[in-house]
Design a protein. Structure first.
Length: 581
């Protein structure tokens, strides 16, 4: 195998990278950028436009152009976790290689290189680069970074697979590897996910096939050199079952599998298409073929403005590469991404591909329903579509419990934590309480309990329910579950409370049934004074009310009272939400 500047650079950096790999893995970090080096002198440093870059820790990435014109060092300040990197050509028929060059105690540095369709070094070509690390333990995502024995050291596989067994890589033949992701083989959401694979230098990779064996997701990847010959190479692979592999308070996204390369227009298979943005209709993506190897992918749920990134990977077929021509607004709040696919010689050809799109617009989810059990006598029912709404477009389902007066409201397509819930009785003298939560991989079930004025369970009375999740971290809103009615003072469970980028809420009990909720940093600064809702959390019959709310310095204080059946103050739990606007 011929020597290249890339190989020489890798030899110099292996020791630094090996030391960096020993650093501990912490929470998820994400970064991406669109880099346009045109006009940037060799040896110079610059930061991409704020409209085309993002770091979840708030840092500003710096691109250092090497003295060799097709090499770039990308510094991610403050990101020190081990992770995976992907790169993709933008705005032209070229290829991009990327690897994690080094990690120190203060930053991660990526090495990116650009080549033309023939595999020769080429200067001044635009590219996108994407980095991610870690995640919530139960998040159904994974990544792998593999360096085979031919790449200077014994085989080394680094990866992340949440609370499941570590990924592994098996060599099948020269340039062909099976990546095994334990615990991700059986979808728990109905989605079958998105894969991305990237290489270093001029090598080209593709997803040859993927399948499930028991609980293991097996992904076969294949790589060739600039002459189209199979080659063992360092590679990066990532997988996400659901859209937006990013902290939902930070961003959202969409993914699409283009599996009908010659169709003039089609809607991709729902199981391989997903979105979780705050705009438009979720899961309404479509693909239009413009010409050989050119596809317009419509993503109506995610924005094209601000900080966004798109990357694409070829799937099946022969050697080649995929590129992003551009992304633009669809004119209705969504995005159109144009993907281009090429064969090994650089000619445009129809090919299957997988697209990943991310934006720093947070995931926001809203659902509500007017539930009238008397209208639906069966064991489960779906409220009339005129009286319910979900951001995902999938319907809410209500299940009757074996205990009369107890109902399970199943809200689809939501995260596993961080829920804002309010319930209220409708048209009667009964009350509605939140009795509990259960979470699945693709939904949350809210148990609602109805009682008559005497505190007895009430059957078939109507109620309304509202559910919310997430938002911009700087949004003037908060919600919490006050789950410990007898504690003198505590911080609510952070999986069930939210205060944006401000400190956690606090609950203080001054007497039985008398509570004060402190929402740090939410004192109104304008003419709007805000809105508060509370709902009773079951655990003994009581009613919950807001007594008043006022400011204390930069904080908002809300006094809450819980009353028993006789009107006396009693200890009780509750859900509280606040919105300034």
């Amino acid at each position: 195998m011929s020597r290249s500047p890339f190989r020489a650079a890798v030899r110099c950096g292996v020791a630094v990278l090996a030391l960096a790999l020993a650093l501990p893995l912490t929470a998820q970090e994400t970064a991406w950028m669109l880099v346009n080096p045109v006009g940037q002198p060799l040896g110079s440093s610059f930061s991409p436009s704020p409209d085309y870059r993002f770091q979840s820790n708030g840092g500003t990435p710096v691109v250092r152009r090497a003295n060799v014109g097709n090499f770039y060092f990308v510094d991610l300040p403050g990101i020190v976790d081990d992770g995976v990197v992907h790169a993709c050509a933008y705005g032209g028929n070229h290829t991009v290689g990327a690897l994690i060059w080094a990690r120190t105690a203060t930053q991660t540095t990526l090495l990116v290189s650009t080549f033309d369709a023939a595999g020769q070094a080429v200067n001044d070509k635009q590219f996108v680069v994407y980095f991610r690390s870690g995640g919530e333990p139960d998040q159904r995502t994974a990544w792998v970074r593999h360096q085979p024995p031919t790449q200077l050291t014994p085989a080394q596989t680094d990866g992340w697979n949440g609370n499941r067994a570590q990924p592994s890589v098996n060599a099948v033949a020269t340039g062909v590897f099976d990546v095994l992701l334990p615990g991700l083989g059986a979808s728990v959401s109905g989605e079958f996910g998105n894969l991305q694979v990237s290489t270093a230098s001029f090598f080209r990779g593709r997803i040859a096939s993927w399948s499930t064996t028991g609980g293991v997701l097996a992904v076969r990847v294949a790589f060739v050199d600039q002459n189209g010959q199979p080659v063992d190479t360092l590679f990066n692979l990532s997988y996400s079952e659901r859209a937006g592999p990013i902290d939902p308070e930070v961003g959202s996204g969409a993914h699409v599998r283009g599996d009908q390369p010659t169709a003039a227009f089609y809607e991709p298979l729902p199981a391989y298409t997903d979105s979780n943005g705050p705009y438009g209709v979720r899961n309404a993506e479509s693909i239009e073929r413009q010409s050989a190897g050119v596809y317009r992918v419509r993503l109506p749920n995610v924005a094209s403005a601000s900080s966004v990134v798109a990357i694409a990977t070829l799937e099946s077929g022969n050697a080649g590469h995929a590129a992003i021509r551009n992304w633009v607004s669809d004119g209705h709040g969504g995005t159109i991404v144009t993907v281009e696919t090429y064969d090994a010689s650089g000619a445009a050809v129809d090919r299957r591909f997988q697209l990943l799109y991310l934006t720093n617009h947070p995931t926001e989810y809203t659902a509500w329903a007017w539930v009238t059990p008397a209208f639906f006598p069966g064991p489960s029912f779906t409220p009339d579509s005129r009286w319910q709404y979900t951001s995902s477009g999938n319907p809410i389902t209500v299940v009757r419990n074996v205990v009369p007066g107890l109902y399970s409201v199943q809200i689809p397509d939501v995260p596993l934590r961080g829920h804002e819930v309010q319930v209220s009785a409708y048209a009667g003298d009964h009350t509605a309480e939140i009795n509990g939560f259960t979470t699945g991989a693709n939904h949350v079930s809210v148990s609602v309990q109805l009682r008559d004025p005497a505190g007895n369970l009430a059957v078939d009375h109507p109620f309304v329910i509202r559910y919310g999740f997430g938002g911009r971290r700087g949004a003037k809103k908060a919600y919490l579950w006050a789950h410990d009615p007898v504690a003198a003072s505590y911080t609510p469970n952070t999986d069930w409370s939210w205060n944006g980028d401000r400190p956690d809420p606090q609950v203080t009990r001054s007497a039985p049934g008398a509570y004060q909720v402190r929402l740090p940093g939410l004192a109104p600064t304008g003419s709007e004074r805000g809105h508060v809702q509370v709902s009773t959390w079951s655990g003994g019959f009581h009613h919950t009310r807001v007594q008043n709310w006022f400011t204390s310095g930069a904080d908002l204080l809300v006094n809450v009272r819980c009353h028993g059946a006789t009107g006396a103050l009693v200890d009780g739990g509750f859900m509280l939400s606040y919105h300034e606007t």
